[in-house]
Design a protein around this ligand. Structure first.
Ligand code: ZN
Length: 606
């Protein structure tokens, strides 16, 4: 249900059918598309101007009884010239004017039964699906709809792709899948052939790229990074302009008068993209298990303000590849923190969103938040000697959740994570979902990690949980409830706060709920009778419902500066836990006691 009042746009309510609630099929795992596409053969030619000519042979199975008309997602500027059936017979299709009602539907010659297979071949062509940005830079605009895709719009369907690309000669291309061959097509084009096992989406990036090759040994993967030799024309426009910043999405920027000093050559930092990808793949493979993919391409895109991840293919913002002088000179605000996590965040989407897919908006928090939390692991290990980067990461995340936006709302209060982008609306602000799901879910995974942490085995239990989740749901969509079940399989006895081997308490509070506890921690150390110190501590939990429970780890900083985890307090409701803890074997007075030292609990404190 949407509202049509032009001042109050938003999705205000959405429900399953009554019958789905009563027969138990009301679930985020429900497949709403009328077809599942098994296989796509995509033959694509792109000319110097960015015009795309495509032929797609689409094999699909009907999910609905009596299916007669099939919707596809196809970029409105790609105009269909013909649709044919399995024997080459012409089929009717609908694609009205690009500015009016351009959705593409195919009319089948007869109704298909549920589970029946069919194959169509679609020819289409047009400009503007890819934008030519000058000097051998191309920007793929239609990321999910440059071919007739299933019209579900989510990464919960897996399709096998075989693809050929003809691009202008002298250019190179990176695409989803394994490159089987590359030739020059009689000197006219660069012709490449690609194949992949079933994946969530197909895509490509091409241009006058310079390529750097690398490897990861454990597990073995080929990694490559691609950057353009020359910047796109908008960079020159910005350099010459003194009328402010024409780039969208970046505010408060300021043009300095002399931009000649910064290097525009993004190929210099191309090695950085490569090494960040190699390091991220190594860390994430250790924590989440190996990917089913044998290669990954990190590619430069001309967009300056976002990164994106497709299976085996990452799009990095061009700004990531500028040095700091250039960024400053082009008027970018200080967003160092963003540039340090964009590559690992996008690499992590290889696991979260692609290897493990998500069927609907109900589960999208896992894709974005798990990728964000993965970036924190990367930061933790890369900056092991400068832990302030890790602290800054988590305090920035807390700030995003608890700062009021211009509409006056805090993201943390907006609604449950599982509401996803439905929480964005004119009342709470359209940016609120972004400010909620990335940091809150990152915290949720971090909280589970810290609950599972063990002094002897470190993160082993957390790694086992995540590896189990990935290997169980590899190549398919997972739901919030699937993840909860995996956590319950691996939870410690200490996490069983309700004594029922369930994590309902935690998921109800933080995933399906909007609670944010506040903690006040006071302590002192007294010498004990046997010469060992005793910790007197008082932990107050407030601003929660009476049944809110939490495990709150307590840390000590010993006299020698070492940090040790003492154990966890278990407050329930609005209360104060008061305890005297004898510190066995500690005969020198500790420097201090702390809670939340490793950002263990999403909470405020005073
Ligand atoms: Zn993301």
């Amino acid at each position: 249900m949407e509202t049509y009042d032009e001042n109050k746009p938003g999705i205000w309510a959405a429900f399953h059918y009554t019958s789905e609630y009563s027969n138990g099929s009301a679930s985020g795992a429900q497949k709403n598309g009328v077809i599942h596409i098994d296989h796509q053969q995509l033959d694509t030619e792109i000319d110097k101007s960015g015009r795309l000519d495509g032929k797609a042979t689409v094999s699909f199975v009907s999910r609905a009884p009596g299916l007669r008309v099939v919707p596809f997602e196809l970029f409105r500027m790609l105009r269909v010239s013909s649709v044919t059936g399995p024997s080459g017979e012409a089929l009717n299709f609908i694609q009205e004017d690009k500015n009016e009602d351009p959705q593409f539907w195919v009319v089948l010659p007869r109704a298909l039964g549920k589970g029946e297979n069919y194959q169509i071949t679609v020819k289409y062509a047009g400009k503007d699906a890819i934008s030519a940005e000058g000097a051998g830079n191309y920007y793929p605009i239609a990321r999910t709809s440059w071919y007739p895709n299933s019209a579900t719009g989510d990464f919960g369907e897996y399709t096998k792709y075989d693809m050929t690309f003809r691009i202008p000669k002298g250019m190179s291309i990176a695409a989803t899948g394994t490159c089987l061959s590359e030739s020059n097509d009689g000197g006219r084009h660069n012709l490449t052939v690609w194949s992949s096992d079933p994946i969530t989406v197909a895509g490509f990036n091409f241009g006058a790229f310079k390529k750097e090759d690398g490897k990861v040994t454990k597990p073995p993967m080929d990694v490559a990074s691609y950057a353009n030799i020359n910047p796109p024309s908008w960079v020159d426009l910005v350099k010459q302009s003194d009328a402010g910043d024409p780039m969208a999405g970046l505010t408060g920027s300021h043009m300095s008068s002399n931009c000649a000093s910064g290097s525009m050559n993004t190929t210099i930092l191309n090695k950085k993209a490569l090494s960040e990808a190699q390091y991220a793949l190594a860390v994430f493979s250790e924590y989440f298990g190996p990917l089913p993919y044998k290669q990954l391409a990190m590619t430069q895109q001309t967009a300056n303000n976002y990164g994106q991840s497709w299976p085996m293919l990452v799009y990095l913002p061009i700004t990531y590849l500028f040095d700091e002088t250039t960024r400053h000179c082009l008027g970018y605000p200080d967003t160092t923190a963003y540039f340090s996590i964009v590559a690992p965040h996008e690499v992590a989407h290889q696991w979260w969103g692609h290897d493990v897919g998500f069927n609907s908006y109900l589960d999208q928090w896992m894709s974005e938040g798990f990728a964000e939390m993965s970036a924190s692991l990367y930061i933790q290990f890369v900056y092991a000697k400068e832990p302030q980067h890790y602290s800054k990461f988590w305090s920035d995340e807390l700030k995003l959740l608890t700062e009021r936006n211009k509409e006056g709302y805090r993201a943390i209060d907006a609604g449950p994570l599982t509401m996803g982008y439905r929480l964005s609306n004119s009342r709470q602000g359209f940016g609120i979902t972004r400010s909620l799901i990335y940091p809150k879910d990152a915290y949720i995974l971090q909280m589970l990690r810290m609950m599972m942490y063990d002094r002897q085995s470190g993160d082993q239990r957390f790694k086992d949980t995540m590896r189990d989740f990935v290997s169980t749901y590899s190549g398919q969509a997972a739901t919030t409830e699937d993840f909860k079940a995996t956590v319950e399989k691996h939870m410690t006895a200490g996490m069983d706060l309700e004594g029922n081997h369930k994590m309902d308490w935690f998921f109800n509070e933080y995933v399906y709920g909007t609670q944010l506890p506040n903690y006040k921690f006071e302590y002192s150390f007294d010498p004990g009778p046997a010469g060992e110190f005793v910790l007197n501590m008082k932990l107050n939990q407030a601003a929660v419902s009476p049944d809110f429970r939490m495990l709150v780890p307590i840390y000590l900083e010993l006299a020698n500066g070492q940090i040790v985890r003492l154990g966890s307090a278990r407050p329930s409701g609005n209360m104060t836990v008061e305890q005297k803890v004898p510190l066995k074997g500690i005969s020198e007075k500790p420097r201090r006691a702390m809670i939340n030292y490793y950002f263990d609990v999403l909470a405020t404190s005073n």
